[in-house]
Design a binder for this molecule. Structure first.
Ligand code: 2P0
Length: 323
């Protein structure tokens, strides 16, 4: 039995599109920051053969749920590596501040991979663990590590892994998670990616630009240049979203409120408040700024849009085990 905790991450250079959906190999490398405000804690127990359990079981927030195919797939990978056939009992809890708007499969599959591997007695390196997590959800491979993390796209199972770029973030960058809408997204990210890959004429340009963005973003991180990190992240997010607007048929994750917030962020900048926006496969924006500006950004945002809930996140840690 083992329990692991993993934190979610926000991609500054995003993963958008699979070149091999079976192996979960992306077309482009991505770069993220692990956040400290939202995590998943998961306990895995492989049951002795003599128990009468005839399938895996899954309990989410104290309630028994059907075992999803993605969970089964992850448990099968672990069983295969351990040479076991025992069924597992998985218990998981998401720790989400009410105002986060950050629900993500990244922390869920990083925690499941870590707890499952430990419970099965596998001695995996962090890189091997990131490869396991990738099979649950692409972005989960980055949540194995804390701070700034790169997921190398690679060309096969073993070459597609995440590794830390800067594990201890020694400069004051923060991410403000803004909650616009808590409802589940209409186009799931895997379906959205597939549609961009298959139909957007901009998709090849996306892959090329994102891939070269890794080096530029790494330089901005090494220089502790928060404004440059923000500019590059905002540009990359809009390039990703351009592949949805240019898909056939077109679709978007922007809500009217998302656009409103983007306009406000641009206005803040003209008034000397340095702040940048990024957005994943949903309408809830994340704003990047320096820690000393975060309170002013939230205040100005809420002055314009009083109903908005904001959570200030700092860089978070990698996966950890709990007794
Ligand atoms: C990312 N996203 O890099 C990008 C940016 C959404 C937009 O990774 O299909 O849940 O399970 O590999 O990792 C969300 O997609 O997708 C995601 P699958 P995942 O964070």
């Amino acid at each position: 039995m083992a329990t692991a905790r993993a934190y979610t991450n926000i991609a500054l250079i995003k993963y958008w599109g699979k070149q091999d959906p079976q192996q979960m190999l992306p077309y482009n490398s991505s770069l993220s920051l692990t956040l400290d405000q939202f995590y998943t804690e998961t306990k895995v127990e492989f049951l002795p053969k003599q128990t009468n359990q005839t399938a895996d079981s899954f309990v989410f927030a104290g309630v028994a749920q059907p075992v999803s195919p993605k969970i089964t797939r992850m448990l099968n990978l672990i069983r295969q590596a351990a040479g076991w056939s025992n069924f597992a009992r998985v218990e998981t809890e998401n720790h989400v501040p009410t105002s986060a708007g950050l629900a993500s499969s990244a922390s869920a599959f990083a925690a499941l991979a870590a707890a499952g591997a430990q419970a099965a007695g596998l001695q995996l390196s962090p890189r091997e663990l990131s490869i396991f997590a990738r099979h649950g959800s692409g972005s989960a491979c980055r949540s194995i590590f804390g701070g700034f993390v790169v997921w190398h796209a690679g060309h096969d199972d073993q070459s597609s892994y995440a590794e830390p770029l800067l594990a201890t973030v020694d400069f004051p960058i923060v991410v403000i998670a803004v909650l616009v809408d808590q409802r589940p997204k209409k186009v799931l990210s895997s379906a959205g990616m597939q549609q961009s890959v298959a139909t957007s004429p901009f998709y090849p340009a996306w892959v090329q630009t994102a891939e070269s963005g890794i080096a530029t973003m790494s330089q901005a991180i090494a220089a502790h240049d928060i404004a440059r990190i923000g500019q590059l992240a905002e540009a990359n997010a809009m390039q990703m979203h351009a592949t949805t607007l240019s898909a056939v048929p077109p679709f978007t994750y922007f809500a009217p409120m998302t656009l409103k917030i983007w306009q406000l962020v641009q206005e803040f900048r003209t008034k000397g408040l340095s702040c940048y926006i990024t957005l994943d496969a949903g309408p809830n924006p994340k704003l990047l700024c320096a820690k000393q500006d975060a309170a002013a950004v939230v205040k100005k945002l809420q002055a314009a849009l009083p109903q908005l809930q904001c959570t200030i996140c700092q860089p978070g840690p990698g996966v950890a085990y709990r007794d």
